[in-house]
Ligand binder design. Structure first.
Ligand code: ZN
Length: 236
């Protein structure tokens, strides 16, 4: 189908970020898939993340935005844009196979909506996976620049923090928790502002979560959360 040889149409892959040796030695391969976040310097983020550790290998791809993806209300000026994941489920679900990776992280400027396991609808999440498919998840950059500023971390770092929470949920038995303790697994459902606690702390030291994962993954997450990623802080 596609000219990338990955069986996908119109998906641009940043080959410059690929290092075959590092990629093959990694335990998990994760595609960072830019949809419409407009976040700059993603190749910088990917290269820094790959240099800091070898457990995860990050790759950067650019996805075409399927028509009708973004739901805006009549009050577009006051209502935030929303991406309702089930609307593009058919497009997203095959991506891990098409891109030959273990997980795909979609980056969007929209708030994220979808169905909970009990069938109810959510519409304002920072991040969420497809229904019954933890390998494909979306991370929202909506208001993240402001939250990152409040926490004193770079915007790219805040994206990586959200991504790590979803990787933990997708690759371990862990899940988000209701307590807000400055952990990447804080659910922040009472108030989105609670994300600032985790961004400020920028550590994975919440013992009930930390003890559930193996040492290699812990070390890699510690290395990722220690990255300054502030090389472009003033310009993004
Ligand atoms: Zn935790």
């Amino acid at each position: 189908m596609g000219q990338t040889g990955q069986g996908s149409v119109g998906i641009g892959r940043v080959l410059a970020s690929r290092s075959a040796a590092r990629s093959s030695s990694a335990k998990f391969r994760i595609a960072l898939a830019e949809l419409d976040s407009g976040a700059g310097y993603l190749s910088y983020l990917v290269n820094e993340a790959n240099s800091a550790q070898t457990y995860f290998y990050f790759d950067l791809v650019y996805l075409p935005v399927p028509s009708g993806t973004i739901r805006t209300s009549d009050n577009a000026a006051t209502e935030p844009p929303r991406l309702f994941l089930p609307r593009i489920d058919d497009f997203l679900r095959p991506l891990p196979r098409q891109l030959a990776v273990d997980m795909v992280c979609i980056l969007t400027r929209c708030l994220i909506g979808g169905f909970r396991l009990d069938g109810t609808i959510f519409g304002n999440h920072f991040c969420a996976a497809l229904t019954n498919e933890p390998k494909v998840f979306a991370v929202s950059t909506y208001q993240m620049r402001g939250y990152a500023d409040k926490a004193g971390v770079s915007f790219l770092k805040s994206i990586l923090f959200l991504c790590i929470g979803m990787i933990l949920v997708g690759q371990t038995r862990l899940d988000f928790h209701d307590d807000t303790v400055g952990c990447p697994l804080d659910r922040c459902e009472r108030s989105r502002d609670e994300i600032v606690e985790g961004l400020k702390r920028m550590r994975f030291d919440h013992e009930p979560c930390r003890r559930e994962i193996d040492a290699d993954m812990r070390d890699a997450i510690d290395s990722l959360l220690s990255l300054p990623l502030s090389g472009h802080h003033k310009t993004i």
